[in-house]
Design a protein around this ligand. Sequence first.
Ligand code: SAM
Ligand code: SF4
Length: 334
Amino acid sequence: MTGAPDSCGRSINYLRVSVTDRCNLRCTYCMPSSGVPLIPRSNILSYEEILSVVRATTEAGINKIRLTGGEPLVRAALPELVGMLSQVPGMEEVSLTTNGVLLRRYALELKQAGLSRVNVSLDTLKAGRFRDITRLGELGTVLDGIEAAKDAGLHPVKINVVVIRGVNDDEVLDFARLTIDQEWHVRFIERMPFNGEVDFIPAAELQKLMGSLGKLEPRMPPTGNGPAAYYRLPGATGTIGFITPLSEPSFCSRCNRLRLSADGRLRPCLMSDDEVDLRTPLRNNAQPSELKRLVLEAVASKPERHHLKEGNATPLEIRGAGGVINSKMSQIGG
Ligand code: SAM
Ligand code: SF4
């Protein structure tokens, strides 16, 4: 069986698992320079606990997993977890979203452990700007990591670009050009509200800009599970995708995912605070059938859509010592 049906007719077959809320970067649109209040280590699910949840979700029909964070590669022995999850009966795919900093070190090990493919977040091709956006990173390390992933056969490598007005929107054509001669799969993501401020560049604006490079032809995704829409420039080897949670009214109707936070909360929607606690039952030795029941409960409670554009940006914020901050992307797993 593939997919668990929700109450809106969607088939939920994809789980994003945040393995840690820790990160080795501090991207300006994701967290403050001081980082976010960290989840106590004792509350973070062990690999065995994650495996129990994934067995239950697979039983419920959710058979594709993406590991995320925080930065998933800062968690010790991640390839071990990949190996455990890829051997779960019925598992179709285990993939990873990473900032790429540690990718050179782990790409081959991850591939050998059963990882199918990798998405790398890269918002600029300029070294100085990369440092400004990530506050801590080196562009060369990430580009090197992308090459290592390709060499290891983690195919296709997709590049996630969050487009921010006045920060990197002047590089949209540079990213698009990369898809022409080389097999780059670049996805432009609308920025989610940070600190309550809803300011994103609609995909339609980017598509218009790309008109100068040729007519975008709709394309099937180069394998994938998400709600991105894909295109190709005439004669291009790679693809261009758009992830449009804010500008496209029907975006949520294609949502096929649940999210598991690093501390064991199963969230039907990134933008809603509703969640099902799995850590408590896991630590009380819940039977697999009970975990499966809780997974199906989360699927059934998945909301029809988010309400970010109506000004309801609070779900992406929490109050920390320093005031209101966006911590959900790194804590729940963006
Ligand atoms: N650290 C890994 C990374 O950066 O790829 C995985 C976790 S990160 C939270 C997952 C994705 O969320 C990244 O592609 C990142 O660019 C995206 N993201 C973070 N904050 C965002 C925001 N405010 N709007 C849109 N995307 C965001
Ligand atoms: Fe870390 Fe990813 Fe957030 Fe950047 S986007 S701070 S790499 S979790």
